[in-house]
Design a protein around this ligand. Structure first.
Ligand code: FES
Length: 105
């Protein structure tokens, strides 16, 4: 079961940019690419640095430290050195509010 929490205003997530937020104790990064907002774990699975400082392009966020790339739609690494995926979360936009679905506790 999924529970949705308000994460931010839609305008807080810049196009080809990121917005870090902690929801219900879960650190997340919201990323906007091609007009769509995605929610993933905030920290790179390679060495635990924030992806909020990463570069965004073509449904990808690239870690600033060693260049691992992750697909925003699946969380899977698409470029090394990371090999483990990020968790992804459902996003709903309602007006100017962005909601993210987390597993119900
Ligand atoms: S910490 Fe992200 S690629 Fe190394």
């Amino acid at each position: 079961m999924t529970e949705f929490f308000r994460a931010c205003a839609a305008r807080d997530v810049p196009d080809l940019g990121t917005f870090a937020v902690e929801l219900n104790g879960v650190p997340l990064v919201l990323v906007k690419s091609q007009g769509e907002i995605f929610a993933l774990d905030e920290f790179c699975t390679h060495e635990d640095v924030s992806l909020a400082d990463g570069e965004v392009y073509d449904h990808t966020v690239e870690c600033w430290l060693h260049g691992s790339c992750f697909d925003l739609r699946t969380g899977k690494p698409t470029g090394p050195p990371a090999t483990k995926p990020l968790s992804t979360y459902q996003v709903r936009v309602d007006g100017d509010d962005v909601f993210v679905g987390l597993p119900a506790s």
